[in-house]
Design a protein around this ligand. Structure first.
Ligand code: DX5
Ligand code: ZN
Length: 220
């Protein structure tokens, strides 16, 4: 299933609830929430209190992307705040397998993200342990960056690795996604697309509809 996950990082935070409702109303299936700690990445964004309050706006899937060192420290609280998917960076977990178990045990769906320079082959041992893999197509930390083209090959390789083992996990791609490259990214083997500035800069509903239409164009 093809899924669009608007990232609220580019939203107008003075009217966050309305912006999320607009994205949902236009058909976005997930809401992508970028949690940054100022250590794993240079920026600091928001945490559990914001997610908990947003939870009242929608029952869509909350896809929490934790750009946080040792995110296992926050997994239980993040779940309590309303996270459905908890995505941790392979580079930020000393004991990735343990962190993924913690996520599943608290009732959320585990996902693993990798930075552009981290090879997908490093995921081979844990392919069965996560429901989704997130290929970063920019260096994490900021919205509005340019898509890094070599990450397309990483998506293809990861999809091949999953197919060879008969694993039906989702592949999410995050960074520099727009209606112009959505079809190409899906064709490489992704099925969940994150978009921040392409959705929240301008008319949110029209942008969501445009991206969903571009995602349908891909047939292969
Ligand atoms: C970047 C974040 C992204 C970001 C994407 O570190 O993980 O989710 O919001 O923003 P765009 O779509 O503007 O590249
Ligand atoms: Zn993200």
């Amino acid at each position: 299933m093809r899924i669009l996950a608007p990232s609220i990082l580019a939203a107008d935070f003075t009217r966050l609830g309305d912006q999320v409702r607009a994205a949902v109303c236009a058909g976005a299936q997930y809401i992508h929430l970028d949690v940054m700690d100022g250590a794993f990445v240079p920026s600091i964004t928001f945490g559990m209190p914001v997610i908990e309050r947003l939870r009242a706006c929608t029952d869509r899937v909350f896809d929490v992307h934790m750009m946080v060192e040792e995110p296992g420290r926050y997994v239980a609280d993040m779940r309590k705040a309303g996270a459905d998917i908890i995505c941790v960076h392979a580079e930020a977990c000393r004991h990735l397998d343990r962190t993924l178990n913690q996520i599943r045990e608290c009732g959320a769906r585990p996902a693993v993200a990798v930075n552009p320079a981290t090879p997908v082959e490093s995921l081979s041992c844990i392919l069965n342990e996560a429901d989704m893999f997130l290929i970063m197509s920019v260096n994490p930390g900021f919205g509005g960056q340019k898509f890094i083209p070599y990450t397309l090959e990483k998506i293809r390789r990861l999809r091949r690795m999953l197919d060879e083992r008969g694993i039906l996990a989702d592949i999410e791609v995050d960074g520099g996604i727009s209606a112009a490259n959505a079809a190409e990214v899906l064709a490489a083997g992704a099925n969940v697309l994150v978009a921040g500035s392409a959705i929240f800069c301008g008319d949110v509903e029209a942008n969501v509809r445009g991206l969903l239409a571009a995602m349908e164009e891909q047939t292969g």
